[in-house]
Design a protein around this ligand. Structure first.
Ligand code: MEV
Length: 306
């Protein structure tokens, strides 16, 4: 019975701007989704008929699957609609499990199909989430090819070069707002801002510059600068209209004791990340306020197929 698992992620720098071909840096985290698949007489998910399933991602994967009926079980370890790459972890692990029926699953082609699935479902996406979930570790997306290049993705004449990069030891706390948001809605919202105003386009450019500086700060192991850039990135995302009170409520009590904090992923709810050298203390402060917070570690494995 093929079993595949893939990690969630958070975006350290560059969400939304990366949809417009700007760079981004994302880190895979130690929260995983696992999918087991077996041949069956009808399509089933967690013992129930597949048609009862409401996930657009799963429907799209099954629509593309030509290998006959399967029964699948999902153990979802990434909180859904939380900005932590739950749909990418699900898509990558499900494709990994399904493809293993026929031939040894190959990472690059899974990352490509997973990106296609997200792009179709969301009506626009970058390959950041799906490539990070497939590769694990830290991933740098850029317009140009650089060292440690893994693969290039292209959609509508836009190109993304995917790289694995080394990062210094860092501790992150993730705070989950509990407010669910749809990536598609948030990507649409930003598209309206960008298409209607030169201001929106300038913000996208500024985010792109922060990512390039952020990469340099990571190479120098300069946690203070990384934190400052996280704050600047957050301000720019707020200008695009993707922050909200649920997010600010989590950032306020910790912002003066961390290197930096920002929303991560699509925004409109979801999660915040904080870079800190006092992860237990930061988690405690959030938990004391009734918030849900995790200390996350970086996942080095990406997609695992057994
Ligand atoms: C979502 O995790 C990140 C976005 O930049 C969308 C994408 O890159 O596909 C908002």
């Amino acid at each position: 019975m093929p079993t595949a698992s893939a990690p969630g992620k958070f975006i350290l720098f560059g969400e939304h701007a990366v949809v417009y071909g700007k760079p981004a840096i994302a880190l895979a985290i130690d929260l995983r989704t696992e999918v087991k698949a077996e041949r069956s007489s009808s399509f089933k998910l967690d013992g129930k008929p597949m048609r009862e399933n409401r996930s657009f991602y799963i429907r799209e994967i099954i629509r593309r699957w030509k290998g006959g009926p399967v029964s699948m079980e999902i153990k979802a370890g990434v909180p859904p609609s939380s900005g932590l790459g739950s749909s990418a972890a699900l898509t990558v692990s499900m494709l990994g499990a399904l493809r293993s029926f026929n031939y040894p699953a190959e990472r690059e082609s899974i990352a490509r199909e997973a990106f296609d699935v997200e792009y179709t479902v969301q009506g626009g996406a970058s390959p950041t989430d799906t490539s990070t979930s497939t590769l694990g570790g830290a991933v740098y997306i850029s317009e140009k090819k650089e060292s440690n290049f893994r693969w290039e993705m292209c959609k509508n004449r836009r190109f993304w070069n995917v790289h694995s990069i080394d990062i210094p030891d860092m501790s992150f706390v993730v705070g989950v707002t509990g407010a669910h948001s749809s990536t598609k809605d948030m990507v649409d919202r930003v598209r309206r801002v960008v298409s209607r105003s030169p201001f929106g386009k300038d913000v996208i450019e500024d985010i792109g510059r922060i990512v390039v500086e952020g990469k340099r700060a990571l190479e120098n192991g300069d946690l203070v600068r990384i934190g400052e850039l996280m704050k600047e990135n957050h301000e720019l995302l707020s200008l695009l209209g993707v922050s909200c009170e649920d997010i600010e409520r989590l950032i306020r009590p910790i912002k003066d004791m961390v290197y930096g904090a920002k929303l991560t992923g699509a925004g409109g709810g979801g999660s915040v990340i904080a870079l800190t050298d006092k992860p237990e203390k930061v988690r405690e402060i959030l938990e004391d306020r009734g918030e849900c917070a995790y200390i996350v570690n970086i996942d080095k494995d990406g997609l695992i197929i057994k």
